[in-house]
Design a protein around this ligand. Structure first.
Ligand SMILES: Cc1cc2nc3c(=O)[nH]c(=O)nc-3n(C[C@H](O)[C@H](O)[C@H](O)COP(=O)(O)OP(=O)(O)OC[C@H]3O[C@@H](n4cnc5c(N)ncnc54)[C@H](O)[C@@H]3O)c2cc1C
Length: 444
């Protein structure tokens, strides 16, 4: 497969940036003092600033790159409230059954609240961001996955009001035009959004509320000083009573505590050139967002205008250029949708997600230093909500736990110091197991 998969206007940047490209900002003066400074201007940082500014707090946001250029304008835009938290909680934890159930219920309710929060922001600020509440499918990789998933429907409906149900193999053609899957689970209370337009609307709302932004300025040092914190940057020093760290998959040495607890992992996406409406409809006739039940997940949806397929996943487990990840994702896409053979790729890009050792997002902090991190690949709603929640922790809860993700320490592994050297081996092993599962499913 050579250059022929790329369209003549192919770009190595997010398709979403055609509508909104991360901007520069210089609204903060060096040596200025704020009540709160937020480090990182993704959904979490912006929503934290929005809530604080609305409450009359003087808040500044300092961002290493252009505003929103982290994961928040690069993602797949799939939004749901609870399904990912449920999946991750089921595969982790050492608690008793009762403890686990109670904690799972609390987390799922808060995950559902994260989706309500984003929907309320879209409505309140009239954000035009292609919000299609058309539901989300988890496509089953094997018949065993389909059987196992049935157990998850009742709690999803009970705790998150998901409108969840199974879709059998026989009915799947009405939902996904692919011969590859063994049925699906449908979550009605879910959908997809244009992630960069959502970001643009949130940023505008935070600015209108009075939050100030500074781009292209990595915070290099963070030190305690009497009455608060001093932040050192190449553009001078800044001072704040409190600091919120919202650096997620771009967390570095600035915060060693978080660096030891977060695994930054690259995730990749492609967009196709415009498809005929018949072809687009043949892939996703009901315009739902799709994810998969396998270990190394691919996910996809139509663009907000319904004219392209936007397809993502972990293409490689080592640093790889956009052309190579595009070729790998193209192969995966055509395997699922043979009707797309010959269609060209117009955009290829990647970004970082933040995995944690318990597969859960976390917020917390005390004494003027707070964090909201650990999206585990699913943070359009969750990280926005955690940014807002960490603001409420300061404003309302006065450092008491503010929701089910504010649960103390973030777990760490004794052998992990911030270098993900082992990912290639683990990821490749998971890909092998996925392929083996599928081969066995074909035989049965
Ligand atoms: C390819 C891809 C697809 C995804 N698909 C989905 C999806 O379909 N649905 C979903 O829910 N989630 C998805 N996600 C996850 C989602 O995008 C993230 O969870 C969310 O954007 C995280 O927001 P955030 O504000 O926490 O972090 P980010 O948006 O990543 O922002 C963190 C910011 O911190 C800045 N920063 C780091 N260090 C410093 C420093 N020292 N000084 C100043 N600034 C600093 C970074 O530059 C960055 O801009 C996807 C992610 C990727 C990469």
């Amino acid at each position: 497969m050579g250059k022929e998969i790329f369209s003549s206007d192919y770009r190595r940047s997010p398709y979403w940036w055609e509508a909104f490209s991360p901007p520069a900002a210089s609204e903060l003066e060096a040596s200025s003092r704020f009540d709160v400074i937020v480090i990182g201007a993704g959904y979490a940082g912006v929503c934290c600033a929005l809530t604080l500014a609305k409450a009359g707090v003087r808040v500044g946001v300092i961002e290493a790159g252009a505003l929103g250029q982290g994961a928040s304008t690069r993602n797949g835009g799939q939004v749901s409230g609870g399904v990912n938290v449920q999946k991750k909680a089921l595969t982790s934890g050492i608690e008793s059954d009762a403890q686990r159930e109670a904690r799972l219920a609390a987390r799922m309710r808060d995950a559902a609240a994260s989706m309500s929060y984003v929907e309320s922001l879209i409505a309140e600020h009239a954000i035009e961001c292609g919000w299609h509440k058309t539901g989300r499918l988890t496509a089953m990789w094997t018949p065993a996955h389909y059987e196992a998933w049935k157990e998850r429907i009742a709690p999803l409906n009970e705790y998150t009001n998901a409108g969840a149900r199974m879709v059998s193999s026989d009915s799947l053609a009405d939902e996904i035009g692919s011969p590859l899957y063994h049925g699906a689970a449908l979550i009605e209370r879910a959908g997809h959004v244009h992630p960069a337009l959502l970001y643009q609307g949130l940023l505008a709302a935070a600015r209108a509320a009075g939050a100030k932004f500074l781009s292209h300025t990595p915070v290099e040092r963070l030190d305690r000083e009497p009455g608060g914190y001093r932040l050192k940057t190449a553009k001078g020093e800044f001072h704040a009573d409190s600091v919120v760290v919202a650096t997620n998959g771009y967390t570095g040495s600035l915060t060693p505590y978080l660096k030891r607890r977060i695994l930054p992992i690259a995730s990749h996406m492609i967009a196709t050139e415009e498809l005929s409406s018949d072809l687009a409809r043949s892939i996703l006739p009901t315009n739902r967002a799709v994810s998969e039940s396998r270990r190394v997940v691919n996910h996809y949806r139509l663009s907000s205008d319904g004219r392209r397929l936007v397809f993502g996943g972990r293409a490689r487990f080592t640093p790889t250029g956009e052309d190579t990840t595009a070729r790998l994702l193209y192969q995966a896409m055509v395997k699922r949708f043979p009707q797309l053979k010959g269609v060209k790729i117009s955009h290829s890009w990647g970004g970082n997600v933040a995995m944690t050792f318990d597969s859960m997002p976390h917020l917390g902090g005390v004494d003027g230093l707070y964090y909201a991190v650990g999206c585990n690949g699913s943070g359009v709603a969750m990280m926005s909500y955690l940014g807002h929640s960490v603001a409420n922790k300061m404003l309302v809860a006065k450092d008491e736990p503010v929701n089910a993700f504010d649960d103390g320490d973030i777990p760490r592994h004794p052998l992990y110091f911030g270098n993900t050297w082992f990912l290639f081996a683990v990821g490749t092993w998971y890909q092998y197991l996925d392929a083996k599962d599928q081969k066995n499913a074909r035989k049965s």
